[in-house]
Ligand binder design. Structure first.
Ligand SMILES: Nc1nc2c(ncn2[C@@H]2O[C@H](COP(=O)(O)OP(=O)(O)OP(=O)(O)O)[C@@H](O)[C@H]2O)c(=O)[nH]1
Ligand SMILES: [Mg+2]
Length: 130
């Protein structure tokens, strides 16, 4: 953050290592990341994106709840929709939380990270063709 300010950069991306919401120490560390960022820019972080793994199924709901409380999540990405039929949890998440879903992951290549389309997602969920 200090370097970015010194270099007058527009954007800083902070990519944390993944963590489970029941690991108190790692969740405290995440809280600290937000605290430190805020010290340098009280308006930051401007976006907090939680990347969910679709294979965890319904557990994604408690992940959203925990990470929202700890880091103030502002948007979601859901990966690994190619390997599972468990992506339906996004419907429950959308109903419970007013969070935009930015991207979905359907494979390991960069182009497999696609912008989320509610229509395409719901059609795929119920087996309708586009
Ligand atoms: N099949 C499939 N594999 C994916 C998808 N997204 C990521 N992966 C794979 O999952 C593995 C882990 O991806 P990372 O991007 O390193 O995950 P991460 O959440 O950053 O992991 P950490 O930083 O270690 O916590 C890699 O082998 C990716 O290629 C997806 O949508 N589908
Ligand atoms: Mg990573």
């Amino acid at each position: 953050m200090e370097q970015a300010k010194a270099d007058d950069l527009d954007l800083v991306l902070v990519d944390t290592a993944g963590r489970l919401q029941n690991k108190a120490e790692l969740m405290a560390e995440l809280e600290k990341v937000v605290r430190v960022v805020r010290k340098l820019d009280p308006t930051a972080p401007h976006d907090v994106i939680l990347v969910l793994d679709a294979t965890v199924g319904q557990n994604a709901l408690s992940q959203v709840e925990a990470f929202r409380n700890t880091a103030g999540v502002t948007g979601l990405v859901m990966t690994k929709l190619d390997g599972t039929a468990k992506g339906g949890v996004l419907v429950a998440i959308a109903e419970a939380y007013d969070l935009p879903i930015h991207f979905i992951g359907i494979g390991e290549k960069a182009e497999d990270l696609r912008p989320f389309s509610a229509e395409a997602f719901s059609k795929a969920l119920v087996g309708l063709k586009d």
